[in-house]
Ligand binder design. Structure first.
Ligand code: HEM
Length: 392
């Protein structure tokens, strides 16, 4: 917010409030949340991106022998994957973060975007321990690095958006979120452009961080890995099934929920009320920021039996008619809740499910070492997640 203010940068949904937010959100809800079919239709292209990513891992990771590899830090690789997959959904075209058949070398501009997005999130976490305005006034290194990364990242994302806007103007008809938003006719090109920039940035760190926890649990639990494999293998015989992966792979879906319960990328939700309320006997005054710790509620025995145990089955309806109960479902809200909940939820769930399906099909994985959690603005591993991969 402060960066946008002093640099006079106009931003999209995440940074807006009031009528401007509401107008934008209404249209974006239709395209990104209500229209399941339109998000799911990206499945075949996302699976192609996954194949390119997994091939690139085999080519560049440490080789143990011709069927085994070690990947030292899965996060950076997933950040590239996340920008590539989200970029594809937004523009209907490849961004160049991942080498593909048409572009065998990854594009240096895309690499720069990936690095600056990662740097911006790292410096944002560091800025949590000092008031931002003070860091700016004292011109501290952390502020300078944050500002540099943010400016470069926004400039590069803007270039991608502008190029894709040109294609739209020239009537290049790609299936894309950008095209659908413009098609409604109620948003200006400027509003759509700003939203696109913010969606790329909002998606990059959140989806890659969530997915790295998922790969961690897959590598840690062979039993879970095999169950997912068994469930997803038949889906690859019929591409239509991959578009419906949420319905067709209930165990995988339960796995996503369970990883997100124990390792929520966004461990806190924040709200400011417009009027006073009394909640659970406490007066919550209007205008005061309230922070809800999802990390705490999702690990409470009041809401989840044996709360620290990793049990995807607890989310399966067929085992227990009401999987975890209403209160418990509200105790774990990885994408938030209500009018300001995550607009990218469906995109992220589809991308992560498909990546896991492609990953377990390609590799048998195990952990090189265990990791702990680090509770920052987002919940990250205490050290890089290092995976041993073996071709299936
Ligand atoms: C696993 C990945 C993701 C997680 C865990 C996540 C989590 C969240 C959370 C917790 C919120 C705040 C919700 C609230 O306060 O109730 C949020 C908001 C938001 N997310 Fe995500 N997100 C993810 C992926 C994405 C993706 C892929 C996009 C874009 C394509 C995206 C775009 C946004 C935007 C724009 C907002 C602000 C919405 C508004 O203020 O109206 N997120 N996300």
């Amino acid at each position: 917010m402060f960066y946008n203010e002093i640099n006079k940068v106009e931003r999209g949904l995440f940074f807006q409030t009031g009528a401007a937010w509401s107008r934008l959100r209404k249209v974006m809800n239709k395209v990104m949340l209500a229209d399941h079919g339109s998000i799911n239709s990206f499945a075949p292209d996302i699976v192609n991106i996954n194949s390119d990513v997994l091939r690139s891992w085999k080519e560049k990771c440490q080789v143990v022998d011709d069927r085994k590899w070690i990947i030292d830090d899965v996060k950076m690789e997933l950040c590239k994957w996340s920008i590539e997959s989200t970029g594809y959904m937004l523009f209907g075209d490849r961004m160049g973060c991942i080498p593909s058949e048409t572009t065998p070398e990854s594009d240096s501009r895309a690499q720069m975007l990936v690095e600056n997005v990662a740097n911006m999130f790292t410096e944002t976490s560091r800025l949590q321990v000092i008031p931002v305005k003070l860091a700016h006034r004292l011109n501290l290194g952390v502020w300078k690095r944050f500002e540099q990364a943010s400016s470069t990242m926004i400039q590069l994302a803007n270039e991608y958006v502008e190029e894709n806007m040109m294609k739209q103007r020239n009537l290049v008809k790609q299936n894309s979120i950008m095209r659908k938003l413009l098609g409604f006719g109620s948003l200006s090109e400027g509003e759509v452009s700003r939203s696109m920039v913010d969606l790329i940035i909002a998606a990059a760190d959140t989806t890659s961080n969530s997915l790295q926890w998922m790969l961690y649990m897959i590598a840690k639990r062979q039993d879970v890995q095999l169950k997912i494999l068994e469930e997803v293998i038949p889906l690859f015989n019929n591409p239509g099934d991959l578009e419906k992966i949420h319905e067709k792979a209930p165990y995988l879906r339960a796995f996503l929920r369970e990883v997100s319960r124990l390792y929520p990328t966004a461990p806190f939700l924040a709200r400011t009320l417009s009027k006073d309320i009394v909640l659970g006997g406490y007066l919550i005054p209007a205008g005061k920021p309230i922070v809800l710790s999802l990390f705490t509620t999702s690990r409470m025995s009041k809401y989840f039996e044996d709360p620290l145990a990793f049990k995807p089955e607890r989310w399966l309806r067929n085992i227990n008619k009401c999987p975890v109960g209403r209160d418990s479902a509200f105790a774990s809200l990885p994408f938030g809740f209500g009018a300001r909940s995550c607009i990218g939820r469906r995109a992220a769930e589809l991308q992560m499910s498909l990546f896991i399906a492609s990953f377990v099909r390609e590799f048998d994985s195990s952990l090189a070492y265990d990791v702990d959690i680090k509770l920052n603005m987002i919940l990250t591993p205490s050290r890089p997640i290092k995976l041993n991969l073996k071709a299936r």
